[in-house]
Design a protein around this ligand. Sequence first.
Ligand code: NAD
Length: 486
Amino acid sequence: MKNYTNEPIVVQAIINGTKVTTDKLYPRENPANPSEIVGYGPLNTREETVAAIDAAAAAFPAWAATPLKERIDRMQRAIAKLKAATPELAKLLSREHGKALYDAEGEFAVSIMWMEHACQTAVDILQDKVQEHENGKTITTYDPIGVVSAITPWNYPISLSTIKIAPALLTGNTMILKPSPFAPLAVSKVIELIAEEFPAGVLNMVHGDAEVGVELTTNPKVGKIAFTGGTKTAKSIIKAASDTIKNMTLELGGNDAAIVLDDFDVNDERAMRRMVIANFLTAGQICMIAKRVYVHRSIFDQFVEKYVEAANKWIRVGDPFHPDVTIGAVNNAGQVKFVQSLIDDAKKRGAKVIPLGRVLSPELFDKGYFMQPTLVLGVDYNDPIVVEEQFGPTLPILPFDDDEQAIALANNSIYGLTSSVWGNEEHAIRVARRIEAGTTMINTAAVQGLDVRFPFGGVKQSGIGREYGAEGLLGYVETHVINIPK
Ligand code: NAD
């Protein structure tokens, strides 16, 4: 296996089974040490994007007609290769992304778990359904949609690509995937090794930003868009796709609330540690991280005290490759600037900002895009640091007086991705039922409560449709009903 840790790599587009080289490249820096270039991604053109779409359209009929067993066998071979490549590719991901190595390895593990589960689920759900009834007979079939454009963000590039590739290909679609320019390298290697296991044109990849994205979302040969990214980008995509009315799965931003009820045990160290991880893993750059915490006023002060203790134990910021580091760098300079401006503005309005954890690798800290995690207290319910999706290592904690107020505060958002309720289980479930979100977790949150066997997605402006679970495959098929009268 190639060792990617020492030399800059150049990744290429894949069009119709061929790696396409281009002179137009952009550098990808190491966020922990920005003077180091980890590799280069291509800036593909509109013409190359059209060629990839044409290849996917040409490959579609034969792939759609390929028996499910063969599709699964090919996917299993890709999974085996991905498993073998994980140790090296996780290092590459960590270097281009900034996330700690164990976190990058975790992303590969979740991807593999999902791909395996998708193979099994395909067998369970893709069978024709034949029903005899008083009017005759109905056969329901699950047909692939056609060509899928997949567009992914930088924060979890591997899992948010494989979450789309596995179900799309297993159900008989073909695909063009465009990764984010902020983490294009490891995911390109992953897609290369998966694409090798499939016929030419079934899985294609192009690189770039909005220009490529626009072609992927307007081209009439594209039947479905599978997009994960920001809500603002999704609005442009919806407009772009409206002329040709495309099927869409949209996994968008979130501003997930955590509600800590009056019966939560602040001395429960295990739960407190889980909460800290739910707030700061991957430096807070997860769509489903708990981004605002509402705590019952009767336990507020003790909660903050115990939270700071737990956070100081778990949070160790620094070199992503340091074995004791739990939080690496923020992915890019723009993100640091945005999060810092939210904190600075909250401070100007009188917020108290408490730094959390320890900095290990101080020599890198000043060079790279590192931020020491912070707790923000004393802000208004409508402060931008509470209302906006911060997507960084900062956390506002606010008090509430009763369950009704907590539910209203949690629901007072344009977003509704995940949420969590902490306290006595029955009480927490009663509150959970009233929260507007795709997922609500009890006494856990964020990726710790994620289970690929169950559907994941958002309500309100956090998205349309579901990934993972059986729904994660059904999003890639058209239900086709054949009625035969008596
Ligand atoms: P982004 O919206 O800026 O970019 C996402 C992708 O869209 C990138 O590949 C980008 O190049 C592409 N893009 C940009 N403009 C485009 C256009 N006009 N047409 C088509 N494609 C275009 O998001 P980001 O900054 O990469 O990721 C962070 C966001 O993603 C956060 O809001 C986060 O919450 C969200 N996210 C959501 C989920 C989820 O499952 N709901 C998961 C991860 C991230």
